[in-house]
Design a protein around this ligand. Structure first.
Ligand code: ZN
Length: 99
């Protein structure tokens, strides 16, 4: 797992860390690298109620993962991490804990 740069903060909840490790395993297993592009940093780039601010969401770079692989990984997440969402946005993946 790589972090985009030092502006990224990862003050994540324990369940989020556990899920992120599992997600990393899934993505690595499919042959791709996880690059975190946003975490819990306070810069107001997300919606005010975003789970990013609660340490329950990260954004992951998607341009290094082909769309067919993203679909497979999304399906894996649906099966193996039912309390989490893997949302394929236009220029990134938003991964969050649902509650
Ligand atoms: Zn996000």
């Amino acid at each position: 797992m790589r972090i985009k740069d030092e502006s990224i903060e990862l003050m994540l909840t324990d369940p989020m860390w556990t899920a992120l490790k599992k997600l990393e395993n899934l993505i690595n297993y499919r042959g791709y690298e996880v690059i975190i592009t946003s975490g819990s940093e306070k810069d107001p780039i997300h919606k005010p109620d975003s789970k990013h601010y609660f340490g329950d969401a990260v954004d992951i770079r998607s341009r290094n993962i082909p769309s067919h692989a993203l679909k497979i990984i999304q399906h894996d997440v649906g099966t193996l991490l039912p309390n989490f969402s893997f949302l394929i946005e236009t220029d990134h993946i938003h991964f969050q804990r649902n509650y």
